[in-house]
Design a protein. Structure first.
Length: 320
């Protein structure tokens, strides 16, 4: 009897090694595509997630199941999620990177396992192993800064709210801001602080600037959430309308702010394009069709053209 049990155990071990044991079987049902959102607390990232979910349900429900995860703006969490998707035999992974370098080993392991990886709203430094859908952050920073030059008074004092240190989009937008502002020697960039894309942190930073920077003329922000936070701080200080504010993303709330004069301008970053192309790329990858990295255009949004973006948000249900 004891010998029989030993033989059975040996057989199970052999089956497991060959990938034939039950825990190694491919999951039942339609292929699963993971979408790892950078953070559910980031309004723009959530907008992309919402569009992914709507698009998957409307156009790909018979082809694959979309499963969403929240990386909570944490690289370690995102790496673990990628590894778990590989272990769970997902058929494709779409993600918004928290960091451009940290997830590279995990992404390469996924690709080596035969799981295509698509980066949307950015890209990572993996030498082209993954496929990306992105915008040009330098162009985004440049176009809004060029508009600011037409509005800023002589001798303007400017402060900048930055995204995370080392972030590709934050670095690019900062470069666009600085290059353009440097063409006006009378403009002084007094300070730049990292707001981590967050509205609440931007409120605190702006409050400090309001007490320390005399004659502050303008706050330029790497994204709309921080720009809206800056406005809240300015309003609480009783200085609404006295300090110009610029952002990037063209969130619904930011477009309303531009319309009402609380912000001067923002830049439309195509959340729908990011979502649609990511789903299209995932679909093609599942069918073994070729996909190629893509850069989407970004457009300036001012009071002159904001109505078309407000209408756009109304159709999407982003505005009541």
């Amino acid at each position: 009897m004891k010998k029989g049990i030993t033989v059975l155990a040996a057989a199970l071990i052999a089956l497991s090694a060959l990938g034939l044991a039950g825990c190694h079987k491919a999951p039942k049902g339609p292929p699963k595509v993971a979408f790892i959102c950078k953070s559910y607390s980031d309004a723009f990232c959530v907008w992309v997630k919402d569009e992914m979910e709507k698009g998957a349900k409307a156009n790909y429900s018979g082809q694959f199941e979309l499963v969403c995860f929240d990386a909570a703006n944490n690289s370690t969490t995102q790496i673990n999620q990628i590894e778990n998707c590989v272990a769970s035999k997902f058929s494709a992974i779409v993600l918004q990177q928290v960091d451009a370098q940290a997830p590279v080993p995990a992404v390469k392991k996924a690709i080596e396992a035969g799981i295509p990886v698509i980066i949307t709203t950015g890209h990572i430094e993996d030498g082209g192993a993954s496929t990306y859908i992105d915008a040009d952050p330098v162009q985004q920073g440049t176009v809004v800064a060029e508009y600011a030059l037409t509005k800023l008074p002589k001798g303007a004092k400017v402060c900048i709210l930055q995204g995370p240190a080392g972030n590709f989009h934050a670095n690019g937008r900062q470069k666009g801001f600085e290059t353009v502002l440097a063409t006006r020697p009378d403009i002084q960039v007094v300070d730049a602080q990292i707001g981590e894309w967050g509205k609440e942190k931007a409120v605190t930073i702006t409050q400090n600037w309001l007490s320390s920077v005399k004659g502050l003329s303008c706050i330029m922000s790497h994204n709309d959430d921080m720009a809206l936070g800056a406005y809240e701080a300015i309003k609480m200080a009783g200085k609404a309308g006295q300090i110009q504010i610029y952002g990037v993303d063209a969130l619904a709330a930011a477009c309303v702010a531009v319309k009402e004069g609380r912000m001067e301008a923002t830049v439309f970053q195509n959340a729908i394009g990011y979502a649609e192309k990511a789903l299209e790329f995932a679909s093609k990858a599942l069918k073994k069709e070729p996909i190629q990295s893509l850069t989407l255009a970004s457009d300036l949004v001012t009071k002159d053209n904001v109505d078309q973006y407000l209408e756009f948000h109304k159709k999407l249900g982003n505005l009541k």
